[in-house]
Design a binder for this molecule. Structure first.
Ligand SMILES: Cc1cc2nc3c(=O)[nH]c(=O)nc-3n(C[C@H](O)[C@H](O)[C@H](O)COP(=O)(O)OP(=O)(O)OC[C@H]3O[C@@H](n4cnc5c(N)ncnc54)[C@H](O)[C@@H]3O)c2cc1C
Length: 401
């Protein structure tokens, strides 16, 4: 068994080693602004208004939220950012974060962008994985009908065929260049279709290695059962299983839809229940992975900013005889957030990768608004980010005196 080493997430010198003083100050000012729900509300309104009127506001967005949470507008912009992090042991996952598209040309463009990220990953050690969202390449209403088993009309049937072909094109390419690719999870009412696409692709491309990863959202009920079903299907089907575990990003939307349509909420009753499900799923998957000598075709990704979950997974791996760097597991966070988890875990030798979103500024705004919104709670993530940044600023000041 490898020695259990406590992870000191409060070691701010390591956590913020990728930041110059100037970038640390910028992050501090931004998180302080985001901590105010009033400023976020007004800022969101003014930004939407200015963009709609084509006012010259892009420079301001670029210098603030875009710079904090995105790698750039193109794959080429992201490359130096990825290389900078990689020097400190943290990899990047380029994520074309354009959402809410509704036409075929835009879907095809998203496929092309995803292929471009995979092509970069094939050449660059700093980019070990790819990712895409099915709603970036397919019509949401059609996905909902497929998920609910509603018969498709002829144009929807063509759209579904095209979606399957697009997913296959991405996964086939990922397989041919040997770069694993994750499929993000989305709202429950379209997730059945996404799961179907993901497991079909796993059957095809996870024969020797894990290339395709599906995502399980543990804020949903019955996820441990869903994981056991996926493990059984993979074993019986003779293919490898890749799962990214997250808690889930659409809680309010899920709850209010369930309430307005009068069906039981698919979301866990409390945060504590979500945490229990998350940790139970991670534990079940790591136990299924077994010891290094078992040579299982299983791999997992912990997509989380939760310190306890990261520590739990790390300890379980070591207990099973894995070394930090050899275990088939990635710890993933979002660019611009939770550097204290990313850089401390990388410092201890774990495989760590950050989602590095990119895309034209006006098109990644929905992603940026979500980041701004989730960072408004001073009690939660922002409080912690701010406190750590402040601590590091003071540490650097002490050093310079
Ligand atoms: C690398 C990465 C990839 C991601 N990919 C996806 C994806 O594909 N699909 C997706 O949906 N999300 C995705 N997310 C977002 C993720 O689902 C979470 O929203 C986010 O990471 C916060 O959860 P946490 O584990 O980091 O932290 P925590 O702060 O410990 O947990 C917050 C989360 O707990 C849950 N929660 C909070 N309050 C309650 C409550 N009252 N009852 C029940 N549950 C509650 C919610 O899911 C909330 O987001 C991803 C996140 C990362 C870092």
């Amino acid at each position: 068994m490898h020695l259990l080493m406590p992870l000191n997430f409060r070691d701010t010198a390591i956590a913020f080693q990728s930041h110059s003083d100037a970038s640390l100050n910028r992050s501090y000012l931004l998180f302080r602004t985001l901590a105010s729900p009033f400023l976020v509300k007004v800022g969101t309104f003014l930004t939407l208004w200015a963009l709609a009127w084509k006012l010259p506001i892009k420079g301001l967005i670029r210098a603030t939220v875009f710079r904090q949470f995105c790698g750039g507008e193109t794959v080429a912009d992201c490359k130096p950012v990825a290389q900078h992090h990689w020097k400190l042991g943290v990899a990047s996952i380029l994520d074309y974060s354009v959402e809410g598209q509704t036409d075929q040309a835009a879907y095809e463009h998203s496929v092309e962008m995803t292929l471009e990220t995979l092509a970069l990953a094939a050449k660059e050690d700093s980019v070990p994985l790819g990712v895409f969202k099915v709603t970036g390449i397919a019509d949401t209403d059609m996905l909902e009908k497929v998920s609910q088993g509603i018969e498709l009309n002829s144009s929807e049937a063509i759209a579904w065929e095209r979606t399957q072909a697009r997913v296959d094109r991405i996964c086939h390419y990922a397989h041919s260049v040997g770069v694993p690719v994750m499929i993000d999870a989305e709202e429950t009412w379209i997730q059945e279709a996404i799961d179907r696409l993901a497991y079909q692709a796993m059957q095809r491309y996870n024969r020797e290695d894990v290339i395709v990863f599906n995502t399980i959202q543990c804020y949903r009920t019955e996820r441990l059962a869903a994981l056991h079903a996926a493990m059984l299907a993979a074993e019986q089907g003779g293919y490898g299983l890749g799962i990214k575990f997250v808690r889930g990003a659409y809680m309010e939307k899920e709850r209010s839809r369930a309430q307005s349509k009068g069906y039981p909420s698919p979301i866990q009753p409390s945060k504590a229940a979500t945490d229990v499900e998350f940790n139970a799923c991670v534990k079940a998957m790591i136990l299924a992975l077994g010891r290094p000598e078992d040579s299982k075709t299983l791999a997992l990704i912990i997509g989380s900013h939760n310190e306890d979950s990261a520590e739990l997974a790390a300890n379980l791996l070591l207990e099973q005889g894995w070394s930090a760097s050899e275990a088939p597991i990635w710890f993933a966070q979002l660019f611009g957030m939770s550097d204290h988890i990313s850089f401390v875990m990388a410092h201890h030798g774990y495989r760590v990768a950050k989602y590095l979103p990119f895309g034209p500024i006006e098109k990644v705004m929905p992603y940026l608004f979500r980041r701004a919104e989730e960072n408004t709670s001073v009690k939660g993530q922002t409080g912690r980010e701010l406190a750590l940044i402040l601590e590091e600023r003071q540490r650097r000041k002490r050093l310079n005196n």
